[in-house]
Design a protein around this ligand. Sequence first.
Ligand SMILES: [Zn+2]
Length: 506
Amino acid sequence: MGEYAVEDMAEKPDEKHSTAKYRVLYDGQCEICQSCVAWLRTLDHENKTICLPISTEVLSMVDSRLRMDECLRQLHVLTPEDEIHVGWDAVASLARLFPSTWLIGVLGRRFPFRNAGRLLYGFVATNRYSLSKCRGGACRVAKPETVRRQARLGAFWSCYTMGFFIRLPLVLWAGIKAAIQRTSIFARTYHQRLDLLNGKLTILFLNGVLPNTVPLLFGELFTAIIYDGIAIDPGSPKMRRSLAQHLRRVKPKITKVVATHAHEEHVGNLNWLSEVSGAPIYVSEMTARFLTPFKKLPWVRATIIGQPPDLKQPFHLLGETIDGDSGRLEVIATPGHCDDHVVLYDPKEKVLLAGDAFMGSYFATPNPDVDSRKWLVSLERLMELDIEILVEGHGHIHTLRADVPDVPGVVIRENPKVGISQKLDYLRWLREQIEAGFQEQLPVRVIEASCFPWGRRTSWESCASDECIRLLSLGHFSRTELVRSFVRTNSDPLPTVYEIRLSGGE
Ligand SMILES: [Zn+2]
């Protein structure tokens, strides 16, 4: 895991103008050092500092006076004037750079604070390895044999928990910032409609009293998409009034009604929309099976999103293609998010209507029917397509194309293929983590923690939201499900060893 953990933080010493900055040399394998770097990054709005994980290469490049064992023992900071500050003095010199910590930095140079600071710093510096024996989640790059001998699970947890508590204010602040952002995107898209590509693509944002809690708490918007006459994923029964309002206003020409998969927020209005528009329904064979009858949802989901009715005849099964008004779309099976998932692809316009087959590059709280191994294969398949616009089923559009206007919170300016390949990298890394964890016979809770090393910014930034989702969905959507999503087999029951661990082997 070390590679990822450190890569997140590492900067290059030869970066342009780096000599005009304070260069901070830290131990990239120490949980405490990593936490402090996370703090530094948060305080340093003006990029006055550059953080460099210690390695022989980095030290020789930065300054020939630096010694490896000295740098590992305590913090070294090089000022733009090439002065070297060490230990507590280095902390104080950094503190003076930022308004909120300036006073600590100034007092920290004077008696008696300087002496107290040095004492405290010395204590933490000499004891940090006994506190964080697993070496901050970077275990696998440090000599794994030694680490395994040293790091009992108790040490792992003390280290992981400490990393969490040092970052707790940052975790909470990130949670608050994310909540504010979600609220503003929700308000901006409330009952809105987005017409793109000269009317070929319309996105209807769907709302409903209880469904609204989802975008507010989790950030997933609800949408129905109309592309070239094909209505895709028309929402749940509790969003029906919202959809009807849109239809009254827009009066779109709908020639087909399609579902990408059988999740409740996508399929609750299939028959209803087909009846009011006169357009036939198309679903995959597996989706049809899941919808007749629709299984009883857990009560939280049924209450918030709404239990969809069973799919009624008449409906058609999706083939390999489906005709829009002006061209033919490819229908591509993309299991992973769930087994029956399909996406629609317009090769002429290079548009991918991805449903839930993408869900952002980083997605840490999947639902219980996610199979991440299948998802990897599906994403590899999507990488073979030429995609310029990727439309997600929950209100995000990834594109660089200039004919799609900027819509904050909705349009994400990135090459869709870059997004997909980042997700692939992330899932591959997770697979490696989880496989290694099971091979080492670690308990599931430890494997889960090892998938979210604090050295990765996303681990603590999304921590508050992820745990909130776990709590409110009663564990249906959680980081634990992410681990489980890699050990799913074709027959639904979990492998025995996993079941034992889940049910108390911990
Ligand atoms: Zn879904």
